[in-house]
Every structure is written in C-alpha cells, then in structure tokens.
Design a protein around this ligand. Sequence first.
Ligand SMILES: Nc1ncnc2c1ncn2[C@@H]1O[C@H](COP(=O)(O)OP(=O)(O)OP(=O)(O)O)[C@@H](O)[C@H]1O
Ligand SMILES: O=C(O)C1=C[C@@H](O)[C@@H](O)[C@H](O)C1
Ligand SMILES: [Mg+2]
Length: 170
Amino acid sequence: MTRLEQDICLIGMPGSGKSTIGKLLGQRFKVSFYDIDRYIEKKHQKKVSEIYKESEENFRVIEKIAIKEIINLSPRIISTGGGTVKSDSSMTLLKKDRLILFINRPIEEIKDEIDINRPIFSNDSTRIYKLYEERYPLYKRYSDIEIINSGDINLVIKKIINKVNYNLGV
Ligand SMILES: Nc1ncnc2c1ncn2[C@@H]1O[C@H](COP(=O)(O)OP(=O)(O)OP(=O)(O)O)[C@@H](O)[C@H]1O
Ligand SMILES: O=C(O)C1=C[C@@H](O)[C@@H](O)[C@H](O)C1
Ligand SMILES: [Mg+2]
C-alpha cells in the first residue's frame, strides 16, 4: 500500500500507543493526523487531565465537540482518548467512513510506562486492570480490526498496513 486507501481512527487503552502509531502512520503515508486529546488541549489551553478531573461528564461533551470539529478538517488519521469509546454518539461520528483500529497493548507493558498519577488511575496501579476489563468489550464493539501492539513499533506499523490491506481486499 503506497497510499492510505481508507481513513483510520485509533482506539485503545490509555498508554496503548494510539498517538505514537497515529503519528507514524501519518508520516509513513504523508497524510494529516489529528490527536483528539492534543486538539482539546490546544483549543482550551488546559491539560485534558485537568478538564477530566473537574468533571468527566463535561469532558465527554468537550470531547464530542472536538470530534465534530476535527472531522470537519477531514484528517485521514485520528487518534482518540482512552475513554472516547464511553460515548456511543462520539463513536458513531468517528465510525462513519473510517476503519476503526483497536490498539491493544499488553497491560503489563502499559503499566511499566504510564503515569499512574493520572486522575483516571486515582494513584492506584491496579486500577488499570479494572479499567481494561470494563473497556475491553467497548474496544471490541467499536473496532473493525484489533492490533496487538507489542515489540518493535516499526513491525507493528507493518502489521497494521498488512491488516488494513487485507480488510480492504487490496
Ligand atoms: N510498541 C511499543 N514499544 C515501545 N514503546 C511503545 C510502544 N507503543 C507505545 N509505546 C510507548 O508507550 C507510551 C504511550 O504511547 P502513546 O502516548 O502513543 O499512547 P496513547 O494510547 O496515545 O496514550 P494516551 O492515553 O496518553 O493518549 C509512549 O511512551 C510510547 O513511546
Ligand atoms: O481513559 C480516559 O478516560 C481518558 C484518557 C485520556 O486519553 C484523556 O482523553 C482523558 O484523560 C480521559
Ligand atoms: Mg495519546
């Protein structure tokens, strides 16, 4: 695949590699890439963790508005926040005309790197297992393809391209 045949949206747990992979895919195909969390931070001049800490409900509203705005910019690749799948209406917007990739990174690997002081983990390193259990069905429900993100990131990118091609019958 020398060009990206289908627009892509990445979903998955916090720290699973959505932003890293989105950026690399954008560079590989020379296409536009938007990260929803970064877009929100730029727009509101505030860390998403701060907005989230004030009120998750309000954060999901802000997130949905950001998704609408990002979609209007027609990016080819979008990476979501870890909890975007909690909003069915946000996912409906993202699923339209986009292939949804579930970036599934082993929790042990996420745990080794992630900042557990994030409000979502409430300073509890075991909370991530519970979160994975709660969200796994949502990641499965909304995704078209699941990608295991473990090991060399360049090989993971190759795996993604092969799977996307296969899915499209290219
Ligand atoms: N296959 C991999 N090998 C090594 N490090 C990886 C791999 N995938 C992701 N990482 C690292 O894991 C960390 C989290 O990745 P990233 O920020 O892309 O995740 P995310 O899903 O966007 O998380 P967030 O919830 O913060 O938005 C980064 O430091 C990234 O370099
Ligand atoms: O998992 C979550 O619910 C979140 C993950 C982050 O990417 C941010 O979108 C925000 O902090 C919420
Ligand atoms: Mg990210």
